[in-house]
Design a protein around this ligand. Structure first.
Ligand SMILES: [Zn+2]
Length: 474
């Protein structure tokens, strides 16, 4: 192992208790998207103390920041997230027991995500300084991942354009990397209909129903569904539909997600959905406008970086959970119905190399580092890490931070990522990212290979924001 990598690991060994404290502190202060004042400040303060130059308010978001250190040589970005989810407040225990009833909680483990990424950035900076290695390391404090806002608006501001490569990770139930998979591109937007209020019994002829506009629009979208690519997903909720049956609703709102495997497919379906809104307004005698919330691309995993991450994770040898971790994990797992656990195992195995068995996943908790599939699987969700991955070669890894069978965005997950289970997974993630970043900054040939692969995959085209003019983060 190079001196650079040894020094980075030595730092992380010594910093482990402090990193654990930060992750648990952020877990105790859960904040939802764009409100992450505590978490972003906590991480930015540590980075500033470590000599990073901190720039806040990136991409018009007060809780987004960049922390940069170094010069000359390649520029490596490390992405961190720290937003929580509404309604998932939970104590570290195996029964559903919120800390605050109805309050937010870290049901996606982003308390670990931000902290591990920060740890890797600092480890790299310390090792670079000690070895006089040229290069720049940039930690990106990315807010509002859960609403797919943060990185899209940061990307529009151009902050990732300086990068030669980027690294990200996510808490999961296994230890592996992504080589070939992708995710769905998406648009999120609300359509507001405006009609005219009237007494619904006495003078309905005087009224024009905004709710009719929403309903007719959704009927149109239901018919559209058959005539789009089969992998596309269009889902909606009516967020405002009137106040009482005896008042013709003057205002109504419907919120859509349009998803598809490729960005251009989303753009095409979106244009057709807007035509349907126009038709619905015409039919209902109402007017409408569109409030665009956010959009993202499909994920482009860089295989060169993925393979490097896997080799580094394998060299670290996985995770050793202790008796207390297993005790909590068994109880958390028992709270999930057996058939759900089974389907979770099947889904997990789909992302791993053929021949991987349920036994390889480990009993309750995954300690082993597992090889991923090289088959192109499209994850039926979306992430704005995708937008970074369309700008610079990006590698993604996952580590075991919760037991098998834990549903995403659940109270069980909140409990696990606030416990020793999550902290042990976090340590493998921070170490793997530090080692990989050290490789990329010091090994010109591997970085060139990653960039060549990226150029081939993107065909050399430059990133165009999915956001229409005037879109603002909210
Ligand atoms: Zn997440």
């Amino acid at each position: 192992m190079s001196n650079l990598k040894t020094l980075a690991l030595n730092y992380l060994d010594q910093a482990q208790p402090a990193l654990n404290d930060i992750a648990i502190d952020i877990w105790h202060h859960p904040e939802i998207g764009l409100q992450e004042k505590y978490a972003s400040q906590r991480l930015a303060d540590v980075l500033a103390e470590e000599g990073f130059e901190v720039e806040t308010g990136v991409g018009q978001m007060p809780t987004a920041f960049m922390a940069s250190w170094g010069e000359g040589g390649p520029t490596i970005g490390i992405l961190g997230e720290y937003d929580a989810l509404p309604g998932l407040s939970q104590q570290v225990c195996a029964d559903k027991a919120p800390v605050v009833n109805g309050g937010p909680g870290h049901g996606c483990g982003h308390n670990l995500f931000g902290t591990a990424s920060m740890g890797a950035a600092i480890a790299l900076r310390r090792a670079m300084q000690a070895t006089k290695t040229p290069g720049k390391v940039v930690f990106y404090g990315c807010p509002a991942e859960e609403t797919l806002v943060g990185k899209t608006f940061m990307a529009r501001a151009g902050v990732f354009n300086q990068l030669d490569a980027a690294l990200a990770w996510h808490p999961a139930n296994v230890n592996t990397v992504s080589l070939a998979g992708s995710s769905l591109a998406m648009n999120s937007f609300k359509v507001n209909f405006y009609g005219m209020a009237a007494h619904a019994g006495a003078m309905p002829h005087m009224g024009r129903s905004a709710l009719d506009g929403c309903m007719l629009m959704d009927v149109g979208v239901n018919y559209l569904r058959e005539h789009v690519v089969p992998e596309a997903r269009i889902h909606s909720v009516i967020t405002s539909g009137g106040g009482a049956p005896n008042v013709v609703p003057a205002y109504a709102q419907i919120w859509y997600f349009v998803r598809a495997p490729k960005r251009h497919q989303v753009a095409e379906i979106y244009a057709r959905v807007l035509d349907i809104a126009k038709g619905a307004a015409l039919m209902s005698g109402t007017t409408y406008d569109v409030e665009f919330l956010t959009g993202c691309y499909e994920l482009l995993n860089n295989r060169t970086i993925g393979e490097l991450m896997l080799a580094n994770m394998q060299s670290l040898g996985g995770i050793k959970f202790d008796a207390a971790d297993y005790e909590l994990a068994r109880k958390l797992q028992a709270s999930v119905p057996a058939e759900m656990r089974l389907s979770d195992t099947e889904m997990t195995l789909k992302h791993l190399a053929p021949g991987t068995t349920a036994q390889d996943l480990g009993d309750v908790l995954c300690e082993n580092v597992l090889a991923p599939t090289t088959h192109h699987e499209v994850m039926p969700g979306s992430t704005e890490v995708a937008d970074v991955s369309q700008i610079t070669p990006t590698g993604n890894l996952v580590t075991a931070c919760f037991p098998h069978g834990t549903p995403g965005h659940s109270w069980q997950l909140t409990a696990a990522v606030g416990s020793g289970i999550g902290l042990k997974g976090m340590m493998l993630a921070t170490q793997t990212m530090a080692l990989t970043a050290a490789d990329l900054i010091s090994d010109a040939a591997t970085l060139a290979k990653a960039k060549a692969e990226f150029s081939l995959a993107t065909g050399g085209r430059t990133y165009v924001t999915p956001l229409p003019d005037g879109a603002f983060p909210h």
